[in-house]
Structures are given as C-alpha cells and as structure tokens.
Design a protein around this ligand. Structure first.
Ligand code: ADP
Length: 473
C-alpha cells in the first residue's frame, strides 16, 4: 500500500506527472464550469416555462370570466375580444370558437382578434398544424383546459397570420371550454400569450452566463500557465539543490583526501629542516622554509574548506563547556606572536585581569579569535592589533581592533559572504581564501553570539564580537 502511494506521489512530483495533472485540470475545470452553467441555465429555463404556463392559465381563466356574458351577442363578443388584446402587448390573440357538431371535428370562429377569421371554419382533425388544432377537439370533448407552447411560424390555428418580419417567437396557446351560468358548454376560448419578454430575459441571462464562463476559463488557463511555470522553477530549484549538494560532497571528500598528504609533507619538511635527518646547507634550509610556508597555506585552505562543508552539512562540533575567554585570548596571542613579530606589530590584550567564564566550544572560540586576530595582523602593515574586552550586564564584548588597511563602506557590505575578498592595491599581495570571516560569523552565531564591523579605510578596523554571559556567572 505504501509503495502504491509512493508510486502515485512520485508520478505527481515528476515532470510528466505534473504536466498530465495540469492538462487534466485544464480539461476538467472548464468542463465542470460548462456543465454547471448548463444545468443552471436549464433549470432557470424550466422554472420560467412553468411560471409562464401558470400565468397563461391564469390569464385564460380571467379571459373566460370576461367573455362569458357576451357569447350570445357576436358583435359585443368581438368588441370584448379586441379590447382584451389591446389591453396588453403580451396577448397575441384571442379566439372564441363553437363546435359545428357533437363530435367536435370542426369549429367555427365566432369572434377573433384577427377579424378576417370570424366566420371561418377550423378542421380539428385535418388542419395543417394538427397538434394545436387537435387540442381544440380534446379540450372540448374532455372538458379541460389545455396549455401548450409553440412558435409563431407554427401557429396556424384559425389561420392566424403573423405580421411579416416577426421573429420566430415562442408563445403559449391555452384553450378551454366556456360554460354558461347553467354549466352548459357554449364555446371554446383560445388565448395566445407571447413568451417574448421571458425568452429575451433568458437569452440575456444565457449570454451573461457564457461571458462569465469564458472569463472564468480564461482565468483558469492563465492560472494553470502560471502554475506550470512555478513547477518549472521548482524543478530547477531541486536541480540546483542537487548540484549544490554535489559541490558540498566534492569539497568534503577532496579536502579530507588532501589532509593526509599535506600532513606528510609538513612532517617530513620540518624533520629535514630541523636537521633530524642529517645536516643541511643554509640554501636547502631556505628552500625548505618556502616549502613549509606553502604547505601551511595549503593546509589553511583545506581546513577552511573542511569547515565550510562541516557548517553547511550541520556537522560542526559545537559541544559547549564553560570557557575562560582570557585563557583562550592569551593562547591565541602566543600562537600568533611570531607572525606579528615578523611584521614588527604590537599585539596585546587590553582589558580586565579576570573575565567570567562563557558557555562556548573551546576550539571553535579559539578558531574565531585566531581568524580575527590573524586578519588584524595580516591586513595591518604597521602599528598594532589590540584585543579589548568589556563586560555588560548580559553580554561580554570582545573587540579586535587594528591600525591597518581598513575597508570602505562598500567593501564592508559583502564582508561576511563566502569567498569574498577585497581587491585593491593594499590587499593584492596578501594570500587568502575569503572564507575566514564567513566561517567566523557562522561559528559565532551558532554559539548565540553576534559579530559587527566598523572600519575606516586607511585607518584601521574593529571587529566586535558579543557573547551572552552564562546564566551561572
Ligand atoms: P581572507 O583573509 O582569507 O581573504 P576573510 O574572510 O578572513 O578572508 O576576509 C575577507 C576579506 O576581508 C579579506 O580579503 C580582507 O580584504 C578583508 N578583511 C578582513 N579582515 C580585515 C581587517 N582586519 N582589515 C582589513 N581588511 C580585512
């Protein structure tokens, strides 16, 4: 079951799956909208038709009451019928008919809104449009009201001719027998009621619905297009992440593999250089010193790369203990003193004689201080590098300041990004990777500290590191 779900989700996450899904949506969503609109329109039309049918039946009943008393008087009846028609534009025609025999096969028009029809005979069985005319016979014989709908082109009942230019309009024809006051059937009343207004409204509603439908489909197509583009970005992003991972893996493996030969070179060079393997000439010593320096630089680079991959893969050892910062600062000064002496720089600690212990990782904190003080020495041609410390209520602030090259505000903006090195006349002969400050910042932040920089080009720089005081302290 699990495998089934994995296969399904795998398919949907694949490029082909996404495309198929988008195509499916492209068909399904508009189809659902069309179906929904069709159902809504149909139901609205059905309701309107029923309403019109009810209305025409009602009108027929009122008409019956109106003409009832005039059936015996042909002239008056004709007048009433014409008046009824003129009273409302929806009424298309009124006819009053009487059967010529008991079987109701033919009817005679006794009054009609089409005056020329008066006196004409209508064959209920053989008329051109039997459906309508046959209704006359059924209505009369079964004594019931019959309402049916037809179109103006079909409406030949009692030979009514429509005006030329009339559209093929729909209307209701309602026929019902008329009874006199003693309940005897005396005539048949036929009413034609136009459904023009309602049909026009329905048509307008349909047009509107189609407009909304087209707009909705357009929006959906646009959304799907955007979705497809978003998906492409997702695929691209995933690929980029894979490439990034490959790069990290490569750096990690390569730097690990480089470490062993570098250790070998450093060890043997130092053994040869210090005469452990036999006496060497001063020239050889000089050459070996250059080799040793190069090996040191290579080692620094490999260590930096290893640190980058450890940080990025979350493998940095960050076990915290209580660390006395002053001890570490003194260790760093001692280690870097030879480098400072080479350049005749003063390196000194300026701060309280004792400091509270901090919750830090000893080696990582030392690495931070080596990087900052080391940079101070590296980028200071003459003068000094000082380490100042001041204790605040909740923090301890360590300031590494130098009287070196300094940096412009523009240079400082990207200072803590990976591989960034400031390139100018002052730095062009100084070797480095551009990784030190990035590593420093990452380590500091992982130990809940912060780092800031202040600098004036040509005057010097200050790196200010803040760590929270341990709760115990
Ligand atoms: P690297 O020193 O290996 O080039 P870093 O990440 O340690 O890399 O430093 C990045 C850049 O910041 C350096 O190339 C240098 O231009 C500048 N920089 C760092 N520390 C100082 C400093 N104390 N004074 C002046 N410039 C500095």
């Amino acid at each position: 079951m699990n495998r089934f779900f994995r296969a399904i989700s795998g398919f949907f996450l694949s490029e082909r799956g996404q495309l198929a899904f988008a195509m499916l949506l492209l068909v399904l969503v508009p189809a659902t909208l069309v179906l929904n609109s069709l159902i809504a329109i149909q139901s609205a039309q059905r309701n309107m038709t029923l309403e019109l049918q009810r209305k025409s039946r009602l009108a027929e009943r009122i008409l019956q009451v109106t003409v009832k008393d005039f059936v015996g008087d042909a002239k008056k009846l004709q007048q009433v019928v014409v008046n009824v028609k003129n009273s409302d534009s929806e009424i298309w025609g009124v006819d009053v008919l009487t059967p010529t025999d008991a079987t109701a096969n033919t009817f005679t028009v006794v009054a009609s809104t089409e005056t020329k029809n008066v006196g004409q005979s209508v064959d209920a069985n053989t008329a051109q449009k039997p459906v309508l005319d046959y209704n006359l016979k059924i209505s009369w014989l079964q004594d019931q009201m019959i309402a049916s709908t037809t179109f103006s082109s079909d409406a030949s009942t009692v030979n009514q001719k429509f005006l030329p230019g009339d559209k093929n309009q729909r209307f209701w024809v309602v026929v019902s027998p008329l009874q006199n006051s003693s309940g005897v059937k005396t005539a048949l009343v036929s009413l034609k009621l136009s459904s023009q207004i309602i049909d026009d409204n329905t048509q307008a509603a349909v047009t509107r619905a189609i407009g909304v439908l087209v707009a909705s489909i357009l929006i959906i197509v646009l959304l799907l297009a955007a979705n497809t583009r978003l998906f492409q970005y997702t695929v691209l992003f995933r690929k980029l992440k894979e490439v990034d991972q490959m790069k990290d893996d490569f750096i990690s493996v390569a730097s690990h593999e480089l470490r062993t030969p570098i250790t070998g070179i450093r060890g043997y060079v130092s053994m040869v250089a210090d005469g452990s393997l036999g006496p060497i000439s001063p020239e050889t010593k000089k050459a070996l010193d250059v080799v040793a320096q190069s090996a040191e630089r290579l080692n620094g680079l490999v260590e930096d790369l290893l640190n980058v991959s450890r940080i990025e893969q979350g493998r940095l050892d960050l076990e915290l203990t209580q660390v006395d910062p002053l001890l570490v600062i003194n260790e760093v000064i001692t280690e870097l003193m030879p480098m400072a002496n080479d350049k005749h720089l003063e390196v000194a600690y300026k701060g309280p004689a004792t400091l509270p212990t901090l919750s830090l990782n000893h080696d990582r904190f030392k690495q931070v201080m080596v990087n900052l003080v080391g940079n101070g020495i590296k980028y200071t041609p003459k003068g000094s590098v000082h380490i100042e410390v001041d204790q605040q209520p909740k923090n301890i602030r360590l300031k590494v300041s130098d009287t070196g090259l300094g940096m412009s505000p523009a240079d400082m903006q990207r200072l803590f990004t990976k591989f960034y090195r400031i390139r100018n006349d002052g730095t062009k002969d100084i070797a480095g990777t551009g990784l030190g400050l990035w590593i420093t910042k990452e380590i500091i932040e992982r130990m809940k500290g912060t780092i800031e920089v202040e600098s004036i080009e040509g005057t010097g720089s200050q790196f200010i590191v803040t760590f929270p005081l341990s709760k115990k302290a």
